[in-house]
Write a protein that binds this ligand. Structure first.
Ligand SMILES: *Cc1c(COP(=O)(O)O)cnc(C)c1O
Length: 397
């Protein structure tokens, strides 16, 4: 549990540095130690009994808890304004464990169309084995959302912003509709980070993260997280103990360290991406830019109302074909060609070659993945250097 009073009283950078860490230490080390242990020992059987009967709070076995990852969980509670958080081995593990924990057999699920590909794959290949039916709706279409609701509908799941078109879901409005029908709202907030949007404050029941991205922030770890009320987290925590997708103490430590600069990093990601997006939009060799901070984006108004910043990812179409777009991407010298986002290094990718290369062209088109689409995940480099690099690379188009 976190201290919600303090979480409200301090700013995001103070929260980044101090959240979750101070109260539990025995060694007086200033930083939270890496508890590199798979199990915890009991002094005698009476201590074990006290623990088993719930009279003594302590650790038992590494799959059920570790003090290093609990510090991260407390910090994430303060960031998101939740009562409890759970860490996972990856963002995918957060999503799959959550779905398995919260969806009864035969339940109905509503998701939005612009969605992380592996999440979509889990829904279509694995949840169907539990007779779970799914309706896919356009992001930001509340009429379609209401029309899709059935009496078996248990969850509404969406990213916000989505990938790669950065659609922003009006979470307060979605929660109002969902809650009127007893449906829980789960938001994958990976692209926002809790600095740009706190979905729980807007009525979401659960927030998921690929902590691999902004939360870790340095392209050096894989982790996932879920944050919400104690009530919704309880079955998820139970499920992670059974399914076993736990993080390790060393990754948890790296994540804890990364989180201390989350607020500072997001400031730079936000401002870099806004400058890059505006510059790209005015460039004659760019056909279209998707960035929620631009007034041309379909969800600009919702984003302005709901978010404190728009994140570091900019998607755009080069005014060329596949080969011309490849020449541009290969001509960039600063960003790495790599999947992922949210780290200090800028990354660039063409979804057609990266996440969707094995998807038939027709299906790809249905997802709106064109040959000239580029996703640029701004790092924290100097904005003038990024723009200069993009500019010289566009000369080869
Ligand atoms: C990366 C990502 C995931 C998956 O997270 P991993 O940590 O790579 O397992 C899920 N959702 C979104 C929106 C992502 O960007």
């Amino acid at each position: 549990m976190s201290d919600p009073k303090r979480a409200r009283a301090v700013g995001p950078s103070t929260r980044s540095v101090h959240g979750g860490e101070r109260d539990h230490q025995t060694s007086d080390a200033l930083t939270t130690p890496i508890y590199q242990t798979s199990t915890f020992w009991f002094r005698d059987s009476s201590e074990l009994r006290e623990y088993a009967e719930g009279r003594k709070a302590r650790d038992e076995y590494g799959r059920y808890g570790n003090p290093t990852w609990r510090a991260v969980e407390r910090k994430l509670c303060e960031f998101e304004g939740g009562e409890e958080a759970v860490l996972f081995a990856s963002g995918m593990c957060a999503a799959t464990t959550t779905f398995l924990a919260l969806l009864p057999r035969g339940a109905h699920l509503i998701v939005t169309s612009d969605c992380y590909r592996r999440t979509r794959q889990f829904i279509s290949q694995y949840l169907t084995k539990l007779d779970i039916e799914t309706t896919v709706i356009e992001p930001a279409n509340n009429e379609k959302f209401e029309a899709a609701i059935r009496k078996e509908t248990a969850l509404f799941f969406t990213e916000s912003p989505t990938n790669p078109y950065l659609r922003v879901i009006d979470v307060a409005e979605s929660a109002r509709i969902a809650h009127a029908h007893g449906i829980s709202v789960v938001i994958d907030s990976t692209f926002a980070s809790p600095i740009n949007h706190r979905a729980l404050d807007d009525g979401a029941d659960l927030v998921l993260h690929s902590a691999t991205k902004y939360l870790g922030g340095h392209n050096d770890l894989l982790a996932g997280a879920a944050v919400g009320s104690s009530e919704i987290i309880a079955p998820i925590r139970e499920a992670v103990g059974v399914l076993g997708g736990v993080t390790d103490a060393h990754s948890a430590y790296l994540l804890l360290r990364g989180l201390k600069t989350l607020s500072l990093r997001m400031e730079r990601h936000n401002s870099n991406a806004l400058q890059v997006a505006r510059w790209l939009e005015s460039h004659p060799k760019i056909r279209r830019v998707w960035f929620p901070g631009l007034s041309s984006h379909p969800d600009h108004e919702v984003a302005m109302r709901q978010m404190n910043g728009f994140g570091g990812v900019v998607s755009f179409e080069v005014d060329s074909d596949l080969d011309g777009t490849i020449r541009f991407v290969d001509g960039c010298q600063l960003p790495y060609i790599a999947p992922s986002l949210g780290g200090v290094e800028s990354l660039i990718e063409m979804p057609v070659l990266m996440s969707f290369w094995d998807v038939p062209a027709e299906e790809r088109q249905a997802y709106g993945i064109t040959d000239s689409l580029v996703r640029f995940a701004c790092g924290i480099e100097d904005p003038d250097d990024l723009i200069r690099d993009l500019s010289q690379a566009l000369e080869s188009v």
